[in-house]
Ligand binder design. Structure first.
Ligand code: ZN
Length: 497
């Protein structure tokens, strides 16, 4: 603690201490509030918030007092809540329908500083906290861990331009209540359980007979609102014939009822601005522009205010690799989806948006700087790339473990790689290991096995990789930050944000 003592002393004297071999100083975190000075540091084992001075803020922070010089405070949940009370910019906020936003999920709780540097002074706001329940479960993290990491990153970087927190791909009311209670500023409602997928492949006979069974009031509403009517949207015409209408009602009726219920019961009751996103993308079949229009129009009729909506686009948006599919068809449909979103006044949302470099120019062309793009695992792949460079031996063990256990991960993800085609580890020199992160098959292997790798333990209950992985990334903090600024920066550039 002797090193911390001298840093605290300088902080108390109103100086900005400088980094040395023992303690790294995050200069942008230096903050004065009333009679308290705060500074974030890293002693190469953990990060701490140092507090010097006196007053309510000083007293509210939990930590160890060092020789009357000040306090060394852990980055605990309680201390995050204190920062939230005193510094508005550390609280997640909504951005509405006019600003571009980018979901930058951080599976490790380490990527946000690099993400912040990437979007600083760009035309896009970061949704720094964005993890699905699935991702949190697979990595043994909680939603509070995720929110704490984002808030501390914002404080560390002195980033005051605002950030969001997304309760991502939430399905159940229990999870909705939980996420809202923790203070998320955005919720992505995953309606895949309510979309009646069986009607995708149903025959006309089946569709007619199931539709007939609906009650008369429902049927007459749909008939009056849509049947043989043409909606004109700035160059795009949408018409519903009888069977298309019936199929849309059967496919999406229950989902729309659920969306409206969630909005009425929870979202509309919040006493803060909020970004409500509707996700109908987690299905096997693509959302046609007419289906998108139908869902959007029903939400409007039910007075559901939507900030963004994610359809399932044609082609494949697999994790961690570029778009697979017909670019011409994608451009035609993306243009129509974008027109529909603009017509209803919300943002088009693109999920699994990382690494889709071949379609970014098309997306940029039709969304005109107003969209939401989600990325999640690509920052994990960049972290693995840093480890492959700095700690080849650890990378080799992780790679071998991933190959051995990937079948367990495949039940959660739809991907179509050829693992047989991955170059055998014993044919790769240490200096070539980072090339695995340029190979689509190896990228997908590592992309989906993150949960297994980060939670794997030996017979004595010690982590096989996690502790060493985090230590390596801490040692290589600046390299990791630079890698994110370059890789995520390429996304932002190509989306013209
Ligand atoms: Zn999705």
């Amino acid at each position: 603690m002797e090193h911390v003592g001298s840093v605290l002393k300088e902080l108390g004297e109103g100086k900005l201490p400088s980094s040395d071999d023992n303690i790294k100083i995050y200069e942008k975190s230096l903050t004065t509030s009333e009679h308290t000075k705060l500074l974030m540091i890293n002693d190469h084992k953990a990060k701490y918030l140092l507090a010097a001075g006196e007053g309510e803020l000083y007293d509210a922070l939990e930590g160890d007092t060092v020789n009357d010089l000040g306090k060394v405070c852990p980055l605990s949940h309680a201390n995050r809540l204190v920062l939230n009370r005193y510094f508005d910019y550390t609280v997640p906020r909504a951005f509405g329908t006019k600003a571009a936003t980018m979901g930058l999920g951080d599976r490790l709780g380490l990527a946000s500083p690099g993400h912040i540097e990437t979007v600083r002074n760009r035309r896009v706001k970061p949704i720094l906290a964005q993890q699905s329940i699935r991702e949190l479960t697979l990595t043994n993290r909680t939603m509070n861990d995720m929110l704490d990491a984002a808030a501390f990153a914002v404080f560390q970087e002195g980033y005051k331009d605002g950030y969001g927190a997304d309760g991502d791909h939430i399905k159940t009311e229990e999870d909705i209540k939980y996420a809202l209670g923790l203070g998320v500023s955005m919720l992505t409602l995953d309606c895949s359980d309510q979309i009646q997928k069986k009607y995708e492949s149903a025959t006309e006979e089946e569709i007619r007979s199931d539709y007939d069974a609906l009650d008369e009031a429902t049927k007459s509403h749909y008939k009056e609102a849509y049947l043989n009517k043409t909606c004109h949207l700035d160059g795009l015409e949408i018409t519903f014939d009888e069977v298309t209408l019936m199929k849309n009602v059967l496919l999406y009726g229950d989902a729309i009822t659920y969306m409206a219920h969630v909005y009425d019961a929870y979202i509309s009751k919040l006493d803060r601005d909020f970004d409500f996103e509707i996700s109908i993308d987690e299905t096997e079949t693509i959302t046609t522009p007419s289906q998108h229009f139908f869902v959007a129009n029903e939400l409007k009729l039910r007075h559901v205010a939507v900030a963004s909506l994610a359809p399932r686009f044609c082609g494949e948006f697999q994790k961690g690799i570029d778009y697979i599919g017909d670019l011409e068809q994608f451009e035609k449909e993306l243009c129509e989806h974008a027109q529909i979103a603009a017509y209803f006044g919300y943002k088009l949302s693109i999920h699994s948006g990382s690494d889709k470099f071949s379609v970014f120019p098309i997306i940029a062309k039709y969304t005109n700087g107003v969209l939401h793009v989600k990325t999640a695992g690509t920052n994990w792949l960049e972290a693995v790339r840093v480890v492959a460079q700095a700690n080849p031996e650890l990378y080799r063990r992780m790679h071998a473990y991933a190959l051995e256990h990937v079948d367990e991960a495949l039940k959660y993800y739809h991907i179509t790689p050829d693992f047989e085609a991955i170059k055998p580890l014993d044919c790769a020199a240490d200096s070539e290991l980072t090339e695995y992160m340029d190979d689509d098959n190896a990228r997908q292997l590592i992309h989906v096995t993150y949960g297994l790798l980060l939670t794997a333990k030996d017979v004595d209950g010690r982590f096989l990789f996690k502790d060493e992985f985090f230590q390596t990334l801490d040692d290589e903090e600046d390299t990791y930050r630079a890698a994110l600024v370059s890789h995520i920066g390429r996304h932002v550039d190509m989306l013209d944000l």
